[in-house]
Every structure is written in C-alpha cells, then in structure tokens.
Write a protein that binds this ligand. Structure first.
Ligand SMILES: [Zn+2]
Length: 274
C-alpha cells in the first residue's frame, strides 16, 4: 500500500511517500511548483500509489479548490483530475482542518481550536468530535475577517484583514512597506510598530476564536509561533483582555507538539467523514 501525503502552504510544499515502513520525504518551494504538476511528477517516480491526502492552505470543498490567497493554483478540480488521469482516490482538506484533526488526536480532545501563524493566519475548530465546517467548508477563516485598514493588500484582495497584521506574510509586507530588512523574528523588531501591531492582532485573533469557538483546548502552531515562542507567554498573560471571561474558564492553552500537524492530518483523510 503506497500513499502520498502533501502539505502545501504559501512558501513550502512538503510531502511523504509511504510504502510500508519506507518513508520518502521531500520539501520544495510552493511558489515554483503547481500541485497537479507535482503529483504528476511523484506518480511518474512512484507508480502504484493508491491514495493521496492533501492539506491545502486555501479554501477547498468536496475535492475542489475554491481559492487560495497565497498559492498558485494549476487546477481547481484536483480530485477529479487525479482520478481521471490515474484512477487514484484523493482526499483534500483545508490545512487548518487537517491540523486540528491531528491536534485533536494528539491531545485526545473532542473540543479543540487550532490557531496557526505561518505565511497566513488560520484557525479551525473541532466541537463534539467534529470539525465545524460551515456550508462551504470555510468556517473560522479567521485570517480574512475585517480588522483594521492598512496601506497593504492581502492575498484575498482586501486591505483590512487580520492576516495583514498577524502572519508571516503580513510581517514581510510591513517590512517592505517601511523599507526594512527581512526577518520573521519579532524580538528583532521589538519596540517597532510592526511587533506591537502583530501582538495586538494575534491577541485579537485568539480572543475572537476562543469567544466564538469556546474550546476546551486552544493550540498554537505554525512557523511564526515556533520562531517566536514568547508569543505563547504573551497570550497566557493577556488573553483575558480579549476573550469573554467565561470562555477562558478551564480552557487550556497549549503549543503544538507536532512536527507538521497539517501533514499528519492529511494522513487521517483516508476513509474520514469528520
Ligand atoms: Zn484577506
């Protein structure tokens, strides 16, 4: 049984081909590679793949990509196209839905919210053991809720998204705007408006998520959190100013312990109906 799992975000495409106990991992830039083009290439090198699971940093529904603010899209009907070309079943879900699935399994929780800060700002919620999806699998798209107007343009086309303030791509855009040197380490920006506004926006995002989702566990993850571990302490200290107090009672705030939660969640997509 050979399987291909992919996590595709705004900067990287990470994959695993699993063949029994053998695992082949690959990481490449997602800005230069289309998803279908990559699958074509892997199948050429690894025939007899019988399932493909994908964690996708964009809006997806029933095997179709609807939009992706940070990724070049080379086909929208990805599941249909792979099935037509190769007869291989393909499961694809939003990367945060995949991540929260993996986090729920790790923390053994039926009530958990994931807040991930990487290239984008994403969230997903599992309530009573099921992912909260909304009518088109877009519930909790927290990065693109209106926050504050800015001189920048978000990947979704608007200028007031939370993601412009609290994400890796947001930091990069502000640094370009102020003609400052590139960095994702907020401590190097301490005292600057960028770090202050990032912290404020992250607290706002966590407060909204906890107040609306009312989870038992809020788990933080993503590259920007990994690179700036002080953010977890900041949230522990100040979240009560941003969330409805009863929603915080008995709620635990955890840091993701998984190497790549979206990819781990993509492995749970086969035969999954949650
Ligand atoms: Zn946006």
């Amino acid at each position: 049984m050979k399987k291909l799992f992919i996590d595709i975000g705004g900067t990287h495409l990470r994959s695993e081909v699993r063949d029994g106990d053998t695992i082949i991992r690959e990481t490449l830039s997602s800005t230069e590679t289309g998803l279908l083009e990559y699958i074509d290439r892997v199948i050429e090198h690894h025939p007899r793949i019988d399932f493909i699971g994908i964690a996708y940093a964009g809006q997806v529904e029933n095997g179709e990509i609807l939009s992706a603010p940070n990724i070049h899209i080379d086909t929208y009907k990805i599941a249909h196209e792979v099935e037509r070309r190769y007869g291989i079943p393909l499961g694809i879900d939003n990367d945060l839905n995949c991540a929260v699935r993996a986090e729920a399994a790790y923390w053994k929780s039926q009530s958990i919210a994931a807040l991930y800060v990487g290239t984008g700002l994403g969230a997903a919620v599992i309530d009573q053991g099921r992912i909260v999806r909304g009518s088109h699998n877009m519930a909790f798209e927290i990065g693109h809720i209106p926050y504050k107007s800015s001189p920048l343009v978000c990947g979704c086309g608007r200028s007031n998204c939370l993601e412009l303030y609290a994400s890796g791509s947001g930091i990069a855009k502000w640094l370009t705007h102020y003609e400052m040197e590139e960095t994702a380490i907020l401590s190097e920006l301490q005292g600057s408006l960028i770090a202050e506004e990032f912290e404020e926006a992250l607290l706002h995002a966590a407060g909204v998520l906890v107040t609306l989702g009312n989870p038992e566990i809020l788990v933080l993850g993503g590259g920007v959190i990994e690179q700036n571990p002080y953010l977890a302490t900041l949230l522990r200290e100040k979240l009560h100013y941003y969330a409805l107090f009863p929603a915080l009672q008995n709620m635990r705030l955890e840091i993701s312990a998984l190497q790549n939660a979206p990819l781990e969640g993509a492995k749970l997509l086969e035969n999954s109906h949650g």
